[in-house]
Design a protein around this ligand. Structure first.
Ligand code: KIV
Ligand code: ZN
Length: 526
């Protein structure tokens, strides 16, 4: 109990299903594309969280998407695996083809229903929309009992028509009807009314779970999702760190902790293991390279940092004065023990586990060797340093990534008496080393950027470059995050790396970004 309100008399608590779309809508975030290994890492984090339904992808979109949904279907136990499809035969057939080995498969079909989408995008009448939706749901139902139907842009759809579409979809066999706020336009009060109206006016509504899927364009995705729950929705669609199209989807961690912390108000909860929220957030940050703000609710680095003297005094006397939930409850690990050069392999393994990571024996061996090297350079090795080491062991291209990924080998920097910097960078691909020497850059970072371009043969432009210390102290490791534009496709990609040497981290971050571009190009050409 961390809040006075939680002392309110317990009332029956409804279980709300959590449908996670990090791997589908989340992957549609610019720069968030993931390779198969990365998708499997995210899927594992979702299983650890006990997410009810994992939307693993849009199988018709590309052979890579199909393959990813199929692999996730084979691996995942304990959660339903879902694939997205338009109300088109080929989409639904592909979805089933990729899902059929899942322990618990779901096909999710969608069709836009709002007047704007009907007139400008689909050029279809209301009757044609209903007919197409029914045909789509029935085809999916022929494959699988568990079928979800989404009237895309539902929150801008005329309510009478929405009621008709939902009724027809349920009659055709939909077991979940999802009400998406596709463009993040609705408000909490409107959402409550819309869901209540469906409950009041759709005669067969009790035969399906009512769901919502809120985008965050006006920053209301969490509030709108909670408003749907208040009105009786039984499923919320979310993404880790709020990833998703444009401003993203409803962040899983925020809506789950809102329900748990205010169970007294919502009389609803989920089966999510909240202690896995921070580890899951870290996995998604690592594989996408999309960093979260320090003050991000629930999982941000500062989410539990009390700065002002008054607050610190209050927390020291009684945590609940300023803490409505504990850092431990969301997976921040409190470690009084800082590791150092005398710490052994078992202590490191234990710390890695408590931070939420699982390494293979081979990865742990490498992590331990790197930990020892780091402990020689730094007096104290903090949790943030260990997360950075684990990142390097599990990041793609190292042990599990695509074979064609470039790997950083080494660099040298020399300065002439006139102050001119020359960078010699060495990278390898499939074990073959390549070296570039650049001395006409505008300083070492610029020269490194050119060196990487020369070796990997991509035409990229540097858009953003950030360096940050991962922990305290003057011997802290530096984390470099870069955003580069692939000039040929005009798409932005991120790269991230850490090292005690920020120039080395810089070069590694450029390599990371280049690998992401290369993988995305491969995916497009499949
Ligand atoms: O935002 C949206 O409407 C969607 C649907 C496919 C559910 O992502
Ligand atoms: Zn969406």
């Amino acid at each position: 109990m961390t809040s006075e309100n939680n002392n309110a008399a317990e009332q029956p608590v409804r279980n709300i299903l959590i449908f996670d779309t990090t791997l589908r809508d989340g992957e549609q975030s610019p720069g968030a594309s993931m390779n198969l290994d990365e998708k499997l890492q995210v899927a594992q984090a979702l299983v650890d969280l006990k997410v009810d339904i994992i939307e693993a992808g849009f199988p018709i979109a590309s052979p890579g998407d199909f393959e990813a949904v199929r692999e996730i279907s084979r691996h995942v136990k304990g959660s339903t695996v879902c694939g997205l499809a338009r109300c088109v035969d080929a989409d639904i057939d592909a979805a089933w083809g990729s899902l059929k080995e899942a322990e618990s498969p779901r096909i999710h079909v969608f069709l836009a229903t709002s007047k704007i989408h009907r007139s400008f995008k689909l050029r279809m009448s209301q009757e044609e929309i209903i007919e197409r939706a029914v045909v789509g749901v029935k085809r999916a139902k022929g494959y699988c009992d568990d079928v979800e139907f989404s009237p895309e842009d539902a929150c801008r759809t005329e309510i009478d028509f929405l009621c008709r579409v939902v009724e027809a979809a349920i009659d055709a066999g939909a077991t979940t009807v999802n009400i998406p706020d596709t463009v993040g336009y609705t408000t909490p009060a409107e959402m409550t009314t819309r869901i209540q109206t469906l409950f009041n006016r759709v005669p067969n509504i009790d035969k399906a779970v009512v769901s919502t899927h809120c985008h965050n364009d006006l920053g209301m995705a969490v509030a709108n999702s909670l408003a749907a729950v208040v009105a009786g929705a039984g499923q919320i669609e979310v993404a880790i760190n709020g990833l998703g199209e444009r401003a993203g989807n409803c962040p899983l961690e925020e809506v789950v902790m809102a329900l748990r912390t205010r169970r007294d108000f919502f009389h609803a909860d989920t089966r999510i293991v909240s202690q896995r929220l921070v580890p899951a957030s870290r996995v998604v940050t690592k594989v996408t390279g999309l960093m979260i703000p320090r003050n991000k609710a629930v999982v941000g680095r500062n989410a539990f940092a009390h700065e002002s003297g008054v607050h610190q005094d209050g927390v020291l006397k009684e945590r609940s004065t300023y803490e409505i939930m504990t850092p431990e409850s969301v997976g921040f690990v409190k470690n009084d023990l800082v590791l150092g050069k005398h710490s052994g392999r078992a202590a490191l393994a234990d710390r890695i586990k408590s931070l939420g990571f699982e390494l293979t024996k081979e990865q742990l061996d490498e992590a331990f060797a790197e930990f020892k090297r780091l402990a020689d350079l730094k007096k104290d090795v903090f949790d943030a340093d260990i997360v950075a080491i684990v990142d390097r062991q599990t990041s793609s291209g190292r042990l599990t990534g695509a074979a064609a990924d470039w790997k950083y080998e080494s660099y040298e920097l020399t300065r002439s008496a006139q102050g001119k910097a020359t960078v010699t960078a060495k990278l390898s691909q499939n074990g073959v080393e390549k070296t570039a020497v650049v001395s006409d850059g505008d300083g070492p970072v610029h020269s490194m950027f050119w060196a990487v371009q020369q070796i990997v043969g991509l035409h990229i432009r540097l858009e953003e470059y950030k360096v940050e210390a991962v922990s305290g102290g003057s011997d802290a490791q530096g984390e470099v995050v870069v955003r580069v534009k692939d000039v040929d496709s005009n798409v932005d990609y991120r790269g991230r790396a850490t090292s005690t040497d920020v120039l080395e981290a810089t070069l590694m971050a450029f390599v990371d970004a280049s690998n992401r571009i290369q993988r995305a190009n491969e995916k497009k050409s499949q």
